[in-house]
Design a protein around this ligand. Structure first.
Ligand SMILES: Nc1ncnc2c1ncn2[C@@H]1O[C@H](COP(=O)(O)OP(=O)(O)OP(=O)(O)O)[C@@H](O)[C@H]1O
Ligand SMILES: [Mg+2]
Length: 493
């Protein structure tokens, strides 16, 4: 299938999101789409697949002008879309999710359960996915849910597959598998639109790249003819300084210390401490138990054993409210679940947890609140018309920035960050690192769970590696390397 999109325009109300995008896709190519958060990548693909109508421009598919009425029609015509925001139905089983809306039926309308199960099994095997088909989808980790979505798209036998940030939540191994599948699809003539903020991946598997900035195409080039630096410069419209800003903070007293935390299902005997101004990175493979540990410290999940000490005093945390009251903040990996209320405006999301500071006399000081929200929008370069936009209408990366802003405002003493820059573009990543540094200057103790090794290495004073629910090793910044972390993460010594 060959796709050409010419001079595409799209506005939401007065917000001009696409203002003349050209994009084309050849059969059997992997075409990267890159651009800062809010550049319009997801919107462009939503226009292609009929989720949004276009205001101007044309779409030509195999020589014929085409306009799909909805995503279903696009899918029926061979275009599958793996969305950036996961869409699994949490109450249904994995198998049911794989076949929602496209159940196989006999001529009598009966479900062909056996066939569906066999088909799902084959697809999972090809992707080396081991999730039980009868598991409840909502109980799967974010990474597993992502694999379910990928499998679901692959099963449609599409000629074009759009992957919007497919690897953000995947393990190294899952990513490798996905890349193998992409190679094999390519050899069958399937084309892929690959949207990602991870430069390394794009240079590893893509044939061409289109860079977008502010709703326009900046350039399209074969991958071998470009470089990291060129792409970044085109994306942000300027040269970017060093990836990880320098930090010079004197570490203070131990603020948070945990001893022997255990929740037999997910982790055992977890002990570590964090000092004022320190960034402790927590590395490990997806599913090693890192998120579960953090959830328990924050009081979301119960602990079976272990102690939590704050400022040298033993304490109990039974729920998130108690954690927050004692100065602990938590930026979750799943922004849709716990981080963000999509129906609320940016202002409400940011200001809600901070209401006390805007209402010293019991009355909300709207001016202070507005200034605070505007400051954070500006600081994190959140792409929006105003603070009144509802969070659900922001681009994926910009949603993540709102979550971070919300917690920064609270002024926690300990801030736990779980995959803080997932889906965030290079420029904004640096802003977030800079913010983390500023927090440490104010004495905040940071625990940062991240699956991006460069981020762990670039930002941590000390690195804990978690393997199968236990801390398998601890490395100081000075002698940490990618290899050492990987060895510990996979159970080696
Ligand atoms: N349904 C909508 N209503 C209003 N505005 C929207 C809607 N969807 C997207 N936008 C706006 O369009 C712009 C582009 O968003 P889009 O999601 O396409 O960005 P993106 O390039 O995919 O970014 P990211 O890398 O963060 O995913 C953003 O400013 C966003 O707020
Ligand atoms: Mg997007």
């Amino acid at each position: 299938m060959k796709i050409e999109m010419r001079d595409i325009h799209k506005a939401f109300g007065t917000n001009q999101v696409l203002t003349g995008v050209d994009f084309d896709l050849e059969p059997g190519e992997v075409h990267a789409l890159m651009g800062e958060n809010g550049a319009g990548k997801s919107t462009l693909m939503n226009v292609l697949t009929g989720l949004h109508s276009l205001d101007q421009g044309i779409i030509v598919i195999d020589g014929k002008e085409t306009k799909y009425e909805n995503a279903k029609e696009a899918e029926n015509n061979g275009i599958a879309f793996i969305h950036q925001e996961l869409n699994v139905w949490p109450e249904m089983t994995v198998l049911e999710n794989l076949f929602i809306g496209k159940e196989l039926r006999t001529s009598f309308g009966l479900l062909k359960s056996k066939e569906m199960r066999a088909m799902a099994k084959r697809q999972f095997e090809e992707l080396a996915v081991t999730i039980p088909l009868d598991a409840i989808a909502g109980s799967c980790s974010v990474g597993e849910q992502q694999m379910i979505e990928i499998a679901k798209a692959l099963m449609t036998q599409a000629e074009v597959i759009i992957m919007d940030e497919p690897t953000a939540a995947l393990t190294e191994r899952e990513i490798e598998k996905l890349f193998e599948v992409i190679e094999s699809l390519k050899s069958k003539g399937v084309s892929i639109v690959y949207i990602s903020h991870r430069m390394e991946e794009i240079f590893a598997i893509c044939d061409r790249i289109t860079v977008m900035r502010d709703g326009k195409t900046v350039d399209t080039k074969p991958i071998p003819e470009t470089s990291f630096d060129e792409v970044v410069t085109k994306m942000v419209g300027r040269e970017l300084k060093d990836r990880f800003p320098e930090r010079n903070v004197k570490l203070g007293e131990v603020i948070l210390e945990v001893k022997g935390l255990t929740n037999t299902r997910s982790f055992q005997d977890i002990s570590f401490s964090v000092r004022e101004g320190e960034v402790v990175g927590v590395s490990g493979l997806m599913g090693a138990g890192r998120t579960e540990i953090m959830r328990s410290i924050f009081g979301i999940d119960p602990l079976e054993a272990g102690e939590i000490w704050l400022n040298g005093k033993k304490t109990t945390i039974k729920n998130p409210a108690q954690a927050v009251a004692q100065g602990i903040g938590f930026i979750t990996e799943d922004r849709k679940d716990e981080g963000l209320v999509l129906d609320f405006s940016i202002r409400e999301n940011m200001a809600l947890p901070n209401l006390k500071s805007f209402s010293p006399k019991g009355v909300i000081d709207r001016k202070a609140e507005g200034d605070f929200v505007d400051m954070l929008i500006k600081r994190l370069s959140i792409k929006t018309e105003s603070g009144e936009t509802s969070a659900g209408n922001l681009s994926g990366g910009n949603q993540q920035k709102v979550v971070i802003a919300k917690w920064i405002g609270i002024g926690p003493k300990v801030l736990i960050l779980d995959e803080p820059t997932r889906g965030v573009d290079v420029g904004a990543k640096r802003e977030i690192y800079q913010l983390i540094n500023e927090l440490t200057e104010r004495g905040v103790a940071i625990v940062m769970v991240s699956s991006e090794l460069p981020e762990i290495l670039g930002m941590s004073d000390r690195i804990l590696v978690v393997h199968e629910g236990r801390i398998s090793g601890e490395l100081m910044k000075a002698d940490a390397t990618q290899e050492k972390i990987m060895t510990l993460a996979t159970g080696g010594q």
